[in-house]
Write a protein that binds this ligand. Structure first.
Ligand SMILES: N[C@@H](CCC(=O)N[C@@H](CS)C(=O)NCC(=O)O)C(=O)O
Length: 239
């Protein structure tokens, strides 16, 4: 069976706070591939980031995109085999919007927006021994600050950062329009990507302009509900 190495779900949230981990978990559930979750930390991952998988032959594969490419190549193109080159290209652009743009707004909202940090700090580190809980969160935050300053988003004002994220959400909502899924009438891996980000924004108990904006975008709210329904059905079929 495939082993999925990822963060443990956040206590009280009931889902994975990492959209990259959530993406692979959703892909596996939609594809109907049996897997087990191994809660772990980034230092155990081949490239120092989560998620990674350990395939049945023991191969360790990091990076959510590479994991899905590997599974599509070795398990009979479960979700994306029917896509045309144009649909694949559009999927690529949608994925990049989520992972290379919206992700950093999400990161800001949880680690650097003071209101977000007041919620995420106790939630993310609840399971940590008290002696470490006073130090480790600030150490991680310091490294993340360096990362997002380098990436650039932290150089903007809070208003500008949230405006960037809302523009990504608007573009996703318009791209989806009245269709059930992003590329065809059945879910593909890009739907697992968008779901991972938008559901995370909608469901996390972190209130900010990004979440309020997402709540007002009916196509995206409906999309998350639709995919949640499919995931419940696929879980029922694979106990
Ligand atoms: N390109 C990677 C990104 C994975 C990623 O950024 N994971 C974050 C969690 S959302 C992580 O492990 N961060 C730990 C760290 O930076 O130390 C993928 O698609 O899997």
């Amino acid at each position: 069976m495939i082993t999925l190495g990822q963060f443990a779900d956040v206590p009280g949230w009931g889902f994975n706070a990492s959209p990259f981990c959530s993406k692979v978990e959703t892909y596996l559930r939609l594809a109907g591939l049996p897997f087990r979750i191994e809660p772990t930390l980034p230092m155990a991952a081949p490239k120092g980031k989560l998620p990674f998988i350990i395939d049945e032959d023991g191969t360790r594969i990091p990076d959510s995109g590479q994991i899905i490419a590997h599974l599509e190549a070795t398990r009979g193109a479960r979700l994306d085999g029917h896509l045309t080159p144009e649909q694949r290209a559009l999927g690529h652009l949608i994925r990049r919007t989520c992972e290379e743009s919206l992700y950093f707004v999400l990161l800001y909202s949880r680690w650097f927006d003071p209101a977000g940090w007041r919620t995420t700090r106790p939630a993310y580190f609840a399971g940590m021994p008290a002696a470490l809980r006073g130090v480790v969160p600030e150490l991680i935050r310091r490294r993340l600050r360096r990362d997002v300053l380098g990436q650039g988003i932290l150089r903007h004002s809070p208003e500008e950062i949230y405006a960037l994220g809302c523009a990504d959400l608007d573009a996703l909502a318009v791209t989806l329009g009245g269709r059930p899924f992003f590329l065809t009438d059945r879910p593909g891996s890009v739907d697992a990507v968008v779901h991972a980000f938008v559901a995370n924004i909608l469901k996390a108990p972190v209130d900010n302009r990004l979440k309020a904006h997402a709540q007002g975008l009916e196509p995206l709210v409906g999309f998350v509900a639709r995919l949640d329904g499919l995931l419940s059905e696929s879980d029922a079929g694979h106990p």
